[in-house]
Design a protein. Structure first.
Length: 309
């Protein structure tokens, strides 16, 4: 009975194989069918059954493709399984491709043009700025190089256009020789704060103007000056009093050579208007000679008369 059952199973299997071959003849040539038969005959039925039982999680094992290796001595524990794309996420049965960018021809030589892209000229140093300003203003280059320079205000600004907001940088700088000469300059640039500071320094030197001082240390007299919404109230101070003023006015006084001063700022304290208003007030001061000519009288400084030898 067992032999009959085995024969029946073999006949059934051969009939399925014959039907499968008849089906494949519709799509393959006789040569390809012969190669398929040879390939299927090399597959172990037990291995095939084991893979079918595991379903999508099945992994077939193949020996390494090294021609010099001895396959008879190969241990199945070291055989690498092939993982198909539908068995794991994000993996494929392909070796990693090295990311090496190289031309197909090794005799090609790549040449790059110098200064490719936007070329920015180097920043000018103090000596170059002094030489340029000396030609422009007629002042000595050494005198310009030794001027007292302080940035008063630096900020980022933005201009709203149809293309969007265009950022830029603004700088306000004061220069002076600490001996009655002072200049205020503004600079704006899209290239950065350094470019804005260079422009502000340049404009401040070109705007140098003399101011009147009493005893080379303070203002000639008390004054009240209005510049836009800024109200300045400044008073002269005795020797050794120092500078008790706004922080921006302090730097301007140091640049101009004013050593004693006191004052208050009312209403608006906008830094730009405060600095511009103070410089305008200093330049509008009348000297003692101008006051004497305007009044038609002779002015005598009692201190100088009293302490004169």
């Amino acid at each position: 009975m067992e032999n009959e059952a085995a024969k029946a199973a073999a006949n059934e299997g051969s009939s399925k194989a014959d039907k499968h071959l008849d089906f494949l003849t519709k799509f393959y040539t006789p040569e390809l069918l012969q190669s398929i038969k040879i390939t299927e005959s090399l597959i172990d039925p037990e291995t095939y059954l084991e893979l079918r039982k595991k379903g999508h999680n099945a992994k077939s094992r193949v020996p390494p493709s090294n021609l010099d290796s001895d396959y008879a001595m190969q241990d199945p524990e070291y055989q690498e399984p092939i993982v198909y794309p539908n068995q794991t996420k994000g993996h494929a049965p392909f070796p990693p491709i090295p990311q090496i960018v190289s031309p197909d021809r090794h005799d090609l030589v790549l040449r790059f043009k110098p200064n490719v892209g936007k070329h920015k000229p180097p920043m000018m140093n103090t000596g170059e700025i002094a030489q340029g300003l000396a030609k422009l203003t007629g002042l000595d280059a050494t005198y310009i190089r030794r001027l007292y320079v302080r940035p008063l205000l630096m900020k980022r600004t933005s201009n709203q256009t149809a293309k969007g907001k265009i950022p830029s940088f603004y700088a306000l700088t004061v220069v002076g020789d600490k001996n009655g000469m002072i200049g205020l300059g503004e600079g704006s640039s899209r290239d950065g704060v350094r470019s804005a500071l260079v422009k502000a320094h340049w404009n401040a030197v070109t705007n140098l103007t003399p101011i009147n001082r009493y005893e080379d240390r303070t203002i000639l007299g008390d004054f009240e000056h209005k510049f836009h919404a800024v109200h300045l109230h400044m008073k002269s101070a005795p020797p050794g009093f120092g500078l008790r003023v706004n922080k921006y006015l302090f730097e301007m006084c140091v640049a101009a050579g004013i050593k004693d001063l006191r004052g208050k700022i009312y209403r608006s304290r906008n830094p730009m208007n405060v600095c511009k208003g103070f410089l305008e007030a200093l330049t509008k001061q009348k000297s003692l000679e101008e006051l004497a000519v305007g009044r038609g009288k002779k002015l005598v400084d009692l201190k100088k008369v009293y302490y004169s030898a």
